[in-house]
Design a protein around this ligand. Structure first.
Ligand SMILES: Nc1ncnc2c1ncn2[C@@H]1O[C@H](COP(=O)(O)OP(=O)(O)OP(=O)(O)O)[C@@H](O)[C@H]1O
Length: 290
């Protein structure tokens, strides 16, 4: 489970409980008052315009930062109280696809993808088979020996995706993972994310890709200028302050109805929820070959 409680983040300010030595800064808060819970095994889209704070939320989820206010709990571990070695252990359970890939430049595609398995102490024979299979699945069988600088942006992104999922992480976070992929490759990636989620991985994906959102309706966290404007289980904006059962204000009948003593027309039903209103479904009908 991921739980954010009253979370604020100000870059350059000291983090809660970290002793991390950040210089105190006066930058505006990048995240403000975020409170939400994502259950284990959920699939959540992370949405919002550029600069809204999506990458910052993912950095907190990846334990790369601690909040300056409030508490972030990742897979049961409160970041404010976690020691450095707890964080290292926690991060081994998290797969991350970064916007800028973060491949190790001196390692081949194969060795980049194999790295998390080697760190976990897996045997080389199993690593060979698993890495080869996953690289083939992302269409990079012929690029196993290529260095990152010898690959296109889309190829590097697919290596980064393979590296993030090779350990079947408990939590997968992805920041614009389709930014460099064509439409068919993006759909294959979505199928992979859905499959991982089906076998139990909690998945959080920041994206602007409307095609993916339409293909896999799931709950959403939506940010605007560092604040949450939509979250799983949060009432639609306006629900609380516009009660449709309230009588019209005095004099409104005559203005709206035109007939003495008449009632105004019934208000239109509330707008249907955005795609985030429904439960996470797996009904996108995408097989691995989609
Ligand atoms: N390392 C940093 N130091 C200082 N400010 C930062 C840093 N990273 C992000 N910010 C600021 O935090 C705010 C949120 O940025 P963030 O990258 O989280 O947004 P985003 O929604 O992911 O944007 P995009 O869609 O463009 O990637 C922005 O105002 C940004 O300038």
């Amino acid at each position: 489970m991921l739980r954010f409680t009253g979370v604020g983040l100000r870059y350059g300010a000291p983090a809660r409980g970290s002793g991390s030595g950040f210089a105190a800064g006066s930058a505006p808060e990048a995240l403000r008052d975020l409170t939400f819970t994502l259950p284990e095994g959920s699939f959540t889209w992370l949405l919002g315009p550029s600069g809204a704070g999506k990458s910052s939320v993912l950095r907190l989820m990846h334990c790369a930062l601690r909040p300056t206010r409030g508490e972030v709990e990742i897979l049961g571990v409160p970041l404010s109280r976690a020691r450095r070695r707890d964080l290292v252990r926690l991060r081994r359970r998290i797969g991350a696809v970064h916007q800028d890939f973060r491949l190790l430049p001196q390692l081949s595609a194969f060795d980049n993808v194999a790295l998390p398995l080697r760190l976990a102490g897996r045997g080389e024979a199993a690593i060979r088979a698993e890495v080869a299979e996953l690289l083939a699945w992302v269409g990079l069988a012929a690029k196993q020996d290529a260095l990152p600088e010898e690959m296109s942006g889309g190829e590097q992104q697919r290596v980064a995706i393979a590296r993030a999922v090779i350990t079947r992480p408990t939590l997968l976070i992805a920041d614009e993972p389709t930014g460099n992929l064509d439409a068919a490759q993006a759909r294959r990636l979505l199928a992979l994310l859905i499959e991982l989620n089906r076998i139990g991985t909690t998945v959080v994906v920041a994206t602007h890709n409307e095609d993916l959102l339409a293909r896999h309706p799931a709950p959403a966290l939506r940010l605007q200028a560092g604040r949450l404007v939509e979250a799983p289980g949060m009432p639609e904006a306006g629900d609380a302050d516009w009660d449709l059962r309230m009588p019209p204000p005095p004099g409104f009948d005559a203005v709206a109805g035109g007939t003495e003593g008449g009632r105004p027309p019934a208000p239109a039903p509330a707008a249907p929820g955005r795609h985030g209103a429904g439960p996470a479904g797996h009904g996108a009908g995408l097989g691995h070959g989609a």
